[in-house]
Ligand binder design. Structure first.
Ligand code: ZN
Length: 233
């Protein structure tokens, strides 16, 4: 398994690592700061360099057995297994994902309905809610900005599966249940606002979300309201 440095510190922008395996245009490293596609958040992109070469990383995905695959641009030169490489994130893009992802948690705490889907990108993000009511865009936008302005601390902690089973209300996302079988589950806590199982990368404080705005609200069926959000910078 790849050592996931971004789990403990989502603000790491680069790291040194050793090439463990080369698999069909993708590199598997012993450790990485690159987040792999999951939980609605895109895989990271960036750059890899080593003695004698460099290449762009165009996507990051989980492979079999919990390894993380760094997908290189087509036709890229490759380091060799055992080589030390320096991996650098496209930090601007990743930081927007962190702002968006944290904003999604805030949105979910404002609209307290079941979440049936979601997607994050650097430009816009969306959450699908299991609700019949009309979404009051202005009120939701104002509530969101209030949570940003109040600057709540954001942190992660781990609980056991038994502790989670004792508090089923923690799981608001109905389509995405937290991964089981590892014994412990990662919880994302926004102090006084939200507590949810989540494996993504987040900010340290809600103030960093910045200028978030509610975009289009779409009716996707009787029981589904899709709420889009944007960052205005
Ligand atoms: Zn999250």
């Amino acid at each position: 398994m790849t050592d996931e440095l971004f789990r403990d510190d989502s603000y790491l922008r680069d790291c040194d690592a050793t090439v463990v395996e080369i698999d069909n245009g993708a590199l598997i490293l012993d450790r990485t700061v690159f987040y792999p596609l999951g939980g609605g958040q895109p895989g990271d992109t960036g750059n890899l360099s080593w003695a004698g070469g460099s290449a762009a990383i165009v996507d990051t995905r989980y492979g079999d057995g919990g390894v993380i695959r760094h997908v290189l641009e087509e036709g890229a030169t490759m380091p060799a297994v055992g080589d030390i490489v320096h991996a650098v994130l496209d930090w601007d893009r990743r930081y927007r994902h962190m702002r968006m992802h944290t904003a999604m948690h805030l949105l979910g705490s404002v609209l307290r309905y079941g979440v049936t889907g979601g997607n994050i990108s650097a430009e816009k993000s969306r959450l699908d809610f299991d609700m019949e009511d009309t979404v009051d865009k202005e009120a939701v936008g104002a509530a969101l900005l209030k949570l940003v302005t109040e600057d709540h601390a954001v942190s992660c902690r781990w609980i056991t599966e038994e502790e989670l089973d004792a508090q089923p209300e923690l799981v608001r996302t109905m389509s995405v249940q937290p991964p089981r079988g590892k014994g412990s589950i990662r919880l994302l806590e926004i102090e006084g606002v939200d507590l949810q199982p989540c494996g993504g990368t987040h900010l340290h404080s809600t103030a960093e979300v910045g200028t978030v705005r509610i975009g289009k609200v779409e009716n996707k069926g009787k029981h589904n309201r899709r709420v889009n959000i944007h960052l205005d910078d």
